[in-house]
Design a protein around this ligand. Structure first.
Ligand SMILES: Nc1nc2c(ncn2[C@@H]2O[C@H](COP(=O)(O)OP(=O)(O)OP(=O)(O)O)[C@@H](O)[C@H]2O)c(=O)[nH]1
Ligand SMILES: Nc1nc2c(ncn2[C@@H]2O[C@H](COP(=O)(O)OP(=O)(O)OP(=O)(O)O)[C@@H](O)[C@H]2O)c(=O)[nH]1
Ligand SMILES: [Mg+2]
Ligand SMILES: [Mg+2]
Lengths: 279, 292
């Protein structure tokens, strides 16, 4: 049945298809469609273009909540960022890009290689530290990751570094022992600097589907995630799961990864992100 | 759970005689939602529900089993049918060396899977050569060397200043010299929309004509699986898929997209970070997992 003018059921079906294929998920899509039906009646919407405009406004309202801006003030001491997420999401690359960004802004930066498990993990982060021209704290492969995190935090204090970025090993949120390990890493950092970690970034691959919400839930419950970095947005995946993450957990997206090079990290821009959902 | 919701939706079907599009509507909507929540592609789900409706329409409501169980069985069987064989073996060349090439998007598990395949083949008495053709990712070649050491197999590369095509071409002579009967080419992660990088894999394929080209993808991949699978399928003669991180709790609906779009079977699944964590693909179990 038409809602007046040219608006039929196909308009809502088409929008449903766009949202589902952008990985917003069934629940989020259903609640957005319900909102749109009510809004369309209220505003006597007669065409699809206006309807999509209403949808973009609602998405902006959702995504603009919370604090997107990362602040880098360690309150007198080093500002510490913990970088976590499941395997292969782009943590190490993001650590390197973020280090470069902060360094360019004139801050003194240090990297902590707390992935002591995966083959050549420390070597990979070392290449990034050399690209940026900053110190890195690392141990032997197989060392205790919490020990590296502690030593890096300690070194950041004694060397009066502005920003410390701690890279951790990829871990599936379903692995109880690995989630306990990341909890321990957070604890030892806090032990050395009571206000740290000041930022806990969950690095999420934009190609991830509905499982991304579960990842965010478990990581938040374990280490109090304060922001999301959504990577690989230079591909065709839209990363719509971040809408569900914002709505359910109130965690804002702070940065997006748009490539594999040192400059390919941008602050999150909700309006641009929403436009891309519909492109 | 889905089965509880379906039981509810179908409890008034008893005594109706047969399944019709009308009396199945609510139940099929629940199944549609379950499949979308499991990351099965939107368009695939549309077609799938239409196929199931057709398969079920007119069927007698069997009194011995609950109607919801009857529908679930139809859906489950359709999923298993799509996912095909559970024992698609690795191709072995008539004349050594067999060349296996791993391709896929960034961070999906190619390098680790290369090591797992080497371990798997070594156990079968083969002598694999791991070839580091990723010259872009920092310490990628080093990563493969470490993995080769862990697997107890040979590795080869020309280093990160070389051309990946040359590395792959040279690996054949290297394999012959070292008496290796299988070459596993680890390529760089790449976007399906990166023309230069897609041209590179096409070049490698033309230069060494691998017997096996495996598309490596993460089980948690969402709706985008159809896009990347399509481009890789169009650019390369893929022979199989490896689905990694199956040790997580992703429902894995991307498996359906990958199989349908590539026309290839899932030859292995990755079930952990250790090099032993490579398992056979089980369509029945996968169907259960997708339905949740
Ligand atoms: N195209 C693209 N690739 C990216 C982006 N971010 C990271 N990558 C690539 O993704 C792959 C994995 O990146 P890593 O930084 O090693 O990921 P990780 O999360 O540290 O991986 P693990 O430590 O093994 O869990 C690499 O090939 C990166 O170059 C991005 O924004 N865009
Ligand atoms: N839990 C789990 N982790 C896996 C599995 N396969 C690979 N990984 C992990 O996923 C991450 C990425 O693996 P890589 O082998 O570096 O992925 P890649 O595709 O070679 O990455 P690029 O070369 O950057 O494109 C690493 O942390 C691996 O240990 C798996 O089956 N299960
Ligand atoms: Mg890493
Ligand atoms: Mg690799």
């Amino acid at each position: 049945r038409a809602l007046g003018g040219g608006l039929g059921e196909e308009a809502f079906e088409e929008i449903e298809g766009v949202l589902i294929q952008a990985d917003l998920g069934v629940d989020t899509t259903q609640s957005l469609i319900a909102f749109l039906r009510a809004a369309a009646r209220l505003h006597h919407v007669g065409d699809t273009e206006t309807l999509i405009g209403l949808l973009k406004e609602e998405l902006a309202r959702i995504l603009e909540q919370g604090d997107h801006a990362a602040t880098w003030d360690g309150g007198g001491g080093p500002h510490v960022t913990l970088i976590a997420g499941v395997n292969g999401s782009g943590k190490t690359t993001t650590a390197g890009k973020l280090a470069a960004r902060l360094h360019r802004e004139g801050k003194s930066v240090m990297l902590g290689a707390a992935d002591t498990f995966r083959a050549a993990a420390a070597e990979q982060l070392t290449v990034w530290s050399e690209r940026v021209g900053i110190p890195i704290v690392k141990h032997q492969e197989g060392a205790d990751p919490a020990a590296v995190a502690f030593d890096a935090t300690d070194a950041a204090v004694s060397r009066r570094v502005d920003c410390l970025l701690i890279d951790t090993a990829g871990r599936l949120h379903t692995k109880v022992n690995l989630m306990e390990e990341i909890r321990k890493i957070r604890r030892v950092v806090q032990k050395r600097i009571p206000s740290a970690p000041h930022e806990v970034l969950l690095v999420l691959d934009a190609t991830t589907g509905q499982n991304g919400l579960q990842q965010a839930r478990i990581f938040t419950e374990a280490i109090e995630v304060t922001g999301i970095v959504l990577t690989k947005l230079d591909g065709t995946a839209k990363g719509g799961i971040v809408v569900a993450i914002q709505q359910e957990l109130g965690i804002p997206i702070k940065f997006i990864g748009v490539g594999e090079s040192i400059d390919d990290l941008q602050p999150f821009n909700p309006r641009e992100f929403i436009e891309a959902l519909f492109s | 759970s889905l089965s509880q919701k379906l039981e509810n939706a179908f409890k008034n079907l008893r005594g109706q005689g047969k399944l019709t599009e009308k009396n199945m509507k609510e139940g099929l909507q629940l199944i549609r939602m379950a499949l979308l929540e499991a990351d099965v592609n939107y368009k695939v789900v549309k077609q799938f529900i239409a196929d199931v409706t057709e398969a079920a329409d007119g069927q007698r409501v069997i009194d011995s089993i609950r109607p919801d169980q009857q529908i679930v069985k139809i859906v489950h069987d359709e999923l298993v049918k799509i996912m095909g064989g559970s024992n698609a073996p690795l191709i072995t060349a008539e004349k050594a060396p067999t060349i296996i090439m791993l391709v896929g998007l960034q961070g999906q598990g190619k390098t680790t899977t290369a090591g797992k395949l080497a371990v798997h083949l070594k156990k079968k008495g083969r002598k694999p050569l791991l070839v580091g053709a990723d010259v872009y990712r920092p310490a990628a070649i080093r990563q493969l060397e470490v993995i080769a050491g862990q697997a107890g197999v040979e590795s080869f590369s020309l280093g990160e200043h070389a051309n990946p095509v040359d590395i792959c071409v040279m690996s054949r002579g290297e394999a012959q010299m070292r008496g290796c009967d299988t070459i596993i080419l680890d390529t760089a992660g790449r976007l399906h929309v990166d023309d230069a990088m897609m041209a590179e894999v096409r070049q490698i394929q033309k230069a060494v004509t691998p017997h096996e080209i495996l598309f490596v993808a993460n089980a948690m991949t969402g709706q985008d699986a159809v896009n990347s699978a399509k481009q890789f399928h169009d650019n390369l003669p893929l022979t199989g898929v490896i689905l990694t991180q199956m040790d997580g709790d992703a429902r894995g609906g991307a498996a359906i997209s990958l199989i349908q779009i590539t026309g290839c079977p899932i030859k292995f699944v990755g079930t952990g970070e250790k090099l032993e964590a490579l398992d056979a693909f089980h369509p029945q179990r996968m169907a259960d997992q997708i339905l949740g």
